[in-house]
Ligand binder design. Structure first.
Ligand code: ADP
Ligand code: MG
Length: 244
């Protein structure tokens, strides 16, 4: 039996009076590649952000490797070191070179030596196809290149799980494939990944599970075949009719 990674029980999240998450129950396990799909505004980003403590929960519980994120005794910074995150808009440090973006956290937070961190960063840049850009500044890169650097930066912390929030939504169409290829390779290597995406082809091909969220709850949870070929809920059927 795989080791439990993330356990979400009756998770609610309100922004003021606006209840965005209305009772999410789910578990994610080591090696899972889960795509989260659903309409805009349905709480997908908020949900992902609760999983590394970026968003404080209103009630319910989120356990990451048995660390209760709502418990004041939990060291959220330590949890975040094990939960990598890649955002739609990359969020690279603009004043640092590509390689410094990648080595910064391992040296500062993991106490890797600068030499070790550099070696590791070069390996990661090689795997995302950007070793030749190691001394470039982020501004000189295309969106797709920035996103691949952001993925390498998150991987440099050797996280147990990677969260991706619409990693290709801000990219020009011709850049999307390279980023999805890097993510597919990661999945093949066994990385645990939770991915909010509108790339239905990718979800079908790479995910072992797909969650459909709408109105602050998970309306359907199944294999790609179940979700795409045999959707049960009318709202999922309607959503797929609009996006496919
Ligand atoms: P999705 O990622 O599915 O598009 P979000 O999680 O971004 O959905 O947003 C869900 C709802 O929560 C939206 O109505 C949004 O306006 C609201 N929301 C998200 N973040 C905040 C915030 N920091 N403050 C107030 N409302 C927010
Ligand atoms: Mg979002």
């Amino acid at each position: 039996m795989a080791k439990l990674k993330i356990d979400v029980q009756d998770l609610h999240k309100k922004f003021g009076k606006n209840e965005v998450l209305k009772g999410i129950n789910t578990q994610f396990y080591e090696g899972d590649v889960v795509c989260i799909i659903g309409p805009s505004g349905s709480g997908k980003s908020t949900f992902l952000r609760t999983l590394n403590g970026l968003e404080k929960i209103t009630s319910g519980s989120v356990l990451v490797n048995n660390f209760d994120l709502a418990d004041k005794k939990t060291d959220l910074n330590l949890v975040r070191q094990n939960v990598g995150m890649v955002f739609q808009h990359f969020n690279l440090f603009p004043n640092m070179s590509v390689i410094d973006n990648i080595t910064y956290a391992p040296v500062e937070l993991k106490k890797m030596t600068p030499d070790e961190a550099r070696k590791k960063a070069e390996e990661l840049l090689d795997t995302v196809g950007l070793l030749d850009k190691k001394d470039a500044m982020p501004d000189s890169l295309s969106g797709g290149q920035k996103q691949r650097v952001a993925i390498a930066r998150a991987l440099a912390m050797e996280p147990d799980v990677m969260l991706f929030d619409e990693p290709t939504s801000a990219l020009d169409p011709e850049m999307v494939g390279d980023v999805l290829d890097v993510m597919q390779d990661l999945a093949k290597q066994g990385m645990t990944m939770l991915i909010v995406t509108h790339e239905m082809g990718f979800a079908r091909k790479v995910a072992n599970r797909v969650l459909f969220t709408d109105g602050g709850v998970i309306l359907e949870d199944g294999t790609p075949e179940q979700i795409f070929d045999n959707p049960q809920h009318p709202r999922l059927q309607d959503f797929l009719n609009r996006v496919l």
